[in-house]
Design a protein around this ligand. Structure first.
Ligand code: NAD
Length: 376
């Protein structure tokens, strides 16, 4: 249980058959990503073509909630590894978001563009029903709100599917991005306060990598608070929007991480904080939405050694799951917003403990989460 959540394990898992490239054995209890998961269920249905795995990591704090991912996995082993790793991550995320939820995840093996059908989604709904409420599925890569709505014909164990008032007071179709962006804004402010001792963001230079659903909305919050924005994206139209609507400065993709700014906000990809990028980073705060920003666990410490304050990704990007949680317990957008504001308190506690102990922030976050979900 001590392995940090972002650790990457690359060693071979099983012997491989040279001819079909498929693992000959797929271990579960001795799998490197197995971490005392409570329940792992494999589903298959020949008629609809469904092949799915549901993993429940821990339910000490409540039912396990996490995305249902559909992906063209190269092997069953890859799908297993993903579901074990991601479900564990959800336990940590919900614990630090102060939610009465455990951690779970499901994966459907198949290319969403080719293999997704109404029958397959309906069957997935039936499978979710069979977990007896121990696991609740939400939208993830390869699945959409309408897909989850199809699943919901057969189960209540889905979340993030109802029309509601978003945290900004506007109608919301279930997309968690506005809540995630707001949480990142709140968390970024807490990190700036801790590192620079300032509440006012005016003139603060922030570089955002990826101005998509979350990054663009975060940029908007920052702009309203007076920050100076530098943005990049692989999609030119996204950059153009940020430049014309928010007065941002466009930056080349390869320059964004090393830009001379106060805050770096990764909102695109994982593993951007690595051996190559860390020595180039000039920002003194890293606060962004992207999942799994640390390429390896050791990069947490490298950032600390360079005096860079890292807001752990799964803490700062929890706004979306907080929003989804409230859909199940009574959604009131003012309550949701107030709950998302607590991301700042959690980060402050992490930063304080990191200062007191000399340990890096990612490690502290993992310890704090374990303190919360391991004591019933
Ligand atoms: P998105 O796809 O809407 O936006 C990502 C943006 O990054 C896109 O515009 C894409 O073109 C851009 N991008 C991709 N590769 C890039 C690169 N190499 N350089 C620059 N830009 C690049 O996704 P999103 O929903 O905004 O999520 C952003 C990140 O936040 C993802 O890592 C996601 O897992 C994480 N996250 C999102 C949510 C949410 O509520 N949407 C919640 C938690 C975490």
């Amino acid at each position: 249980m001590n392995a940090p959540i972002n650790s990457t394990i690359n060693q071979p898992l099983t012997d491989t058959n040279e001819q079909n490239k498929e693992p000959m054995n797929m271990s579960v209890f001795s799998h490197p990503e197995f971490d005392n998961h409570e329940q792992l269920t494999f589903f298959s249905d020949e008629k609809s073509g469904l092949k799915a795995i549901i993993a429940v990591h821990n339910t000490n704090l409540g039912p396990a909630l996490g995305g249902c991912r559909m992906w063209h996995y190269a092997s069953d082993e890859e799908a297993l590894r993903d579901v074990l790793r991601l479900s564990r991550g959800m336990t940590y995320k919900s614990a630090l978001a102060n939610l009465k939820l455990g951690g779970g995840k499901s994966v459907i093996i198949g290319d969403p563009r080719q293999h997704k059908s109404e029958a397959l989604l309906e069957m997935m709904g039936r499978c979710l029903e069979r977990t007896g409420g121990q696991y609740i599925a939400a939208e993830d890569s390869g699945t959409s709100v309408p897909d989850l709505q199809v699943m919901s014909r057969f189960t209540n164990n889905v979340a993030g599917i109802t029309e509601r008032t978003g945290i900004d007071g506007l109608p919301c179709n279930g997309d968690p991005s506005p809540a995630t962006a707001y949480g990142c804004f709140v968390g970024l402010k807490a990190a700036v306060k801790h590192q620079f001792g300032r509440d006012d963001l005016s003139g603060l230079k922030v570089a955002i990598q990826g101005v998509g659903n979350v990054g663009y909305r975060l940029a908007k919050h920052l702009r309203q608070a007076g920050a100076e924005l530098f943005v990049t994206d692989i999609h030119e139209e996204q950059v153009r929007l940020a430049v014309t609507e928010l007065g941002a400065t466009a930056v080349a993709q390869e320059e964004i991480l090393g830009l001379d700014v106060d805050v770096l906000s990764p909102c695109a990809l994982g593993a951007v904080l690595n051996d190559f990028s860390i020595p180039q980073i000039k920002a003194k705060v890293i606060a962004g939405a992207a999942n799994n920003q640390l390429a390896l666990a050791k990069h947490d410490q490298l950032l600390q050694q360079r005096g860079i304050l890292y807001a752990p990704d799964y803490v700062i990007n929890a706004g979306g799951i907080i929003d989804i949680y409230y859909e199940r317990v009574g959604h009131e957008h003012t309550k949701v917003r107030a709950h998302i504001d607590t991301i700042a308190d959690t980060l402050q506690e992490i930063f304080r403990r990191a200062d007191d102990s000399g340990r890096p922030t990612g490690e502290i976050a993992n310890t704090l989460a374990e303190e919360r979900f391991m004591t019933r």
